[in-house]
Design a protein around this ligand. Sequence first.
Ligand code: SIN
Length: 285
Amino acid sequence: MSAIVSEFKIRPMQGGFGAEVIGLDLSEELSRSKFERIERAWFDASFLIFRDMAMTPRQHIDFTCRFGPLHIMTPLHYNHPDHPEVMVLTNLEDAGKPLGIRRAGMGWHSDGEDKRIPNAASMLYAHVVPPEGGDTLFADMYAAYAALPEATKRLIAGRRTRFSRIDMHHVHYPHEPALTEQQKRERPDVFHPLVRTHPRTGRKSLYVGRWARDIEGMNADEGRSLIEELFTYAASGRFVYRHKWGAHDAVLWDNRCTLHCATPFDESRYTRLMHRTTLEGDIPV
Ligand code: SIN
């Protein structure tokens, strides 16, 4: 092994879903060879954990954009005031004004699944974490697809799901204002394949999420109950890793082959402050 590659370690987690990167400082610029090693490990593991990082928002942006162009989340007012590429997720307020989005991502989803071009990846960095609760769950959608019974694979092959922000916004964000007519026009319903092929690894994964409503070519009830069934199956313990955050952990996940889900914590007692960068993606096929 060369001196360059021995400088940090990548420890795959049990079962190969997820890996921990040990001994890498993300505040420093990465050489091309180090970056390529990280990227390969990320494609193999679907998410990477970096513990105890000291990263400024600028360094967080600089690291993430090595993987591709960054996406600026809307509405813009939840983004970092000096760095619009960084979305702030927090229950903190200043004089009654939220300093970021609250209760984001509670429900299994992949980022941007309700958009025509969903986001390829996201990197969440923990600034302040509660002593209990506020974990993030990740589900391995390659493994979920691979383990489906052959009859289910045949049933879902070639089918598309309708994802709808318009139908589901009030369900997932009851504490946020209703969508305006302009926002509805900007986020129309979209159709994505139930089984997608990762553009870089060529592997197939199951593609459902909390904005999925029904399935093209099936009546609404039938489609909805199949989505429920697939969801319950994918979120069952065997495909899931629970990340208990330590302050200054960062997790980089691939939205094309994983689902994730934020979990609650006692907001009246504790603070949670996270920064997220998000990558542009591709149309699922
Ligand atoms: C997200 O869905 O991006 C946020 C997950 C979390 O805050 O745990």
